[in-house]
Design a protein around this ligand. Structure first.
Ligand code: FCB
Length: 462
């Protein structure tokens, strides 16, 4: 492989040494999203989401499952909050199901849905946990999709109303509000490849969707600030370094284009106010319609950037989206385990832009695990977490303004088109009984976070 591998600079068997590499104010958390855990899909006035609909498309979900019950989190909220608290983390990243609080995506609010998130946020605060709320983790109200979804500019205004409504209801108690989770996934997997909701297959639509997501992000940040936001405001991107599969000029050029399409298409507008010209050229007539002023709105300063990191992209000429690997160990998703890519990615972002605070908002993996009655053994996940946390420390060492790290995921859950077969949790879920059991990785993470906290001045809560 042409990619350089940076040696890890921490002895991973020594959690104490790893913990010492993080400053006292660095925060640790676990993450989930509404559709993947909540269940209660047709209760208490919740509207239909595009994922409720997509799960009904034959063949869309590997195990033909859906989110109707998922982890039954809505009915097990208090126990799940206790579970999070038992891990000793500083924060919990969760998302709001837009159709649960505003069933049609506009107009009437659903008081029962809002009350659920009130209880969630209050329950976190009562347990000393910071609430990090994501507004859009993909489950758009189906009613908005019926009138064009993210492909239409009208959805931008609907999103701003929704964002303002949520801030009005919960904003006084939130530590952070993320506008969107992974706009690339919504645009490309949802509207170009059609393997995620809403299942469309048009490159032009995907490009327009990406633009509307970014625009709605910038305008929502402005609107929330105008309404005196107390929470920190940001966006979460899925990012991966793109490396050429071979040293040929064609593969190198493909890696540059993949980087521009997957990363800079999002980070350039956010931090420079423009789209990368080479992607606009490549899109040609499929490039999005951009109105005067849009780019400046997108570049509205944010308080933090959230980075979701899982693996790298290995680029082969003429084969976009063809997932190739470079011979490294793979997770159950077929994603390469490549921790130094996280350091490389963060360093590149730091070189390219003036970054705000950066959180790793998702990191983790689906691995084979061995369940016995008393324990769930997941040594590969423990190693994955250790090496990636060390990679974050390496990035901090070269000056990247890292502020926190969140494991994906708190517990096993509905993994989109993979259904329930792929398990990302550090807590095991037995879907037949809904019993939760800490995996070895949860024990490791809890002990590691405790070591980080032990180094804090007395009374300091991250
Ligand atoms: C990310 C998603 C998250 C989860 C992980 C594995 O792309 O944000 O919901 O599915 O992948």
């Amino acid at each position: 492989m042409p990619a350089e591998t940076t040696p890890m600079s921490t002895d991973l068997t020594d959690s104490a040494a790893l913990a010492r590499r993080f400053p006292a104010d660095f925060v640790w958390g676990v993450a989930t999203s509404a559709f993947q855990i909540e269940g209660a899909a047709h209760e208490d006035g919740k509207g239909e989401s595009i994922w409720d609909r997509f799960c009904r498309v034959p063949g869309a979900i590997a195990d033909a499952s859906n989110g109707d019950v998922a982890c039954d989190h809505v009915h097990r909220l208090d126990a799940d909050l206790d579970l999070i608290a038992s891990l000793g983390v500083d924060l919990y990243r969760f998302s709001v199901s837009w159709p649960r609080v505003q069933p049609l995506g506009h107009g009437a609010w659903n008081e029962k849905g809002l009350a659920f998130y009130d209880r969630l946020v209050d329950g976190l605060l009562a347990r000393g946990l910071q609430p990090h709320l994501t507004l859009n983790h993909w489950d758009l109200p189906q009613a908005l999709q019926d009138s064009g979804g993210w492909a239409t500019r009208d959805t931008v205004w609907r999103f701003i109303d929704y964002a303002r409504g949520m801030q009005q209801r919960l904003g006084d108690r939130l530590a952070a509000i993320t506008t969107h989770n992974e706009p690339w996934v919504i645009a490309v997997l949802g509207h170009e490849q059609g393997i995620f909701a809403p299942g469309l297959k048009s490159r032009a639509t995907a490009a327009q969707v990406a633009h509307h997501l970014l625009l709605s992000h910038g305008l929502a940040v402005q609107a929330l600030r105008a309404d005196s936001a107390k929470a920190k405001l940001g966006i979460v991107l899925n990012l991966a370094p793109a490396v050429p599969a071979t040293v040929t000029p064609e593969d190198r050029a493909q890696a540059q284009l993949d980087d521009a399409r997957g990363r800079r298409w999002y980070t350039d507008p956010l931090f420079k106010g423009s789209y990368p010209q080479e992607v606009l050229d490549e899109l040609g007539a499929d490039a999005p319609h951009v109105e005067p002023g849009d780019m400046a709105h997108i570049a509205t300063p944010i308080d933090y950037l959230g980075v979701n990191y899982y693996s790298r992209v290995v680029s082969s000429a003429g084969k976009p989206f063809d997932i190739k690997t470079g011979g490294l160990p793979l997770t159950e998703m077929g994603w390469e385990v490549y921790p130094q890519g996280l350091t490389e990615l963060l360093q590149t972002l730091h070189d390219d832009y003036t970054l705000p605070a950066v959180y790793i908002t998702e990191n983790g993996g689906a691995f084979k695990e061995q369940v016995d009655d008393a324990r769930v053994h997941d040594p590969e996940r423990v190693h994955y977490l250790q090496t990636h946390i060390a990679a974050v420390a390496d990035a901090m060492q070269v000056g990247v303004p890292m502020a926190g790290y969140m494991v994906w995921s708190l517990m096993d859950n509905f993994e989109w088109s993979s259904g329930y077969a792929k398990r990302f949790g550090i807590v095991h879920v037995d879907y037949a009984t809904q019993q939760r059991r800490l995996k070895d990785s949860a024990h490791w993470y809890r002990d590691f976070v405790a070591r980080c906290h032990a180094a804090r001045p007395a009374g300091k809560k991250g």
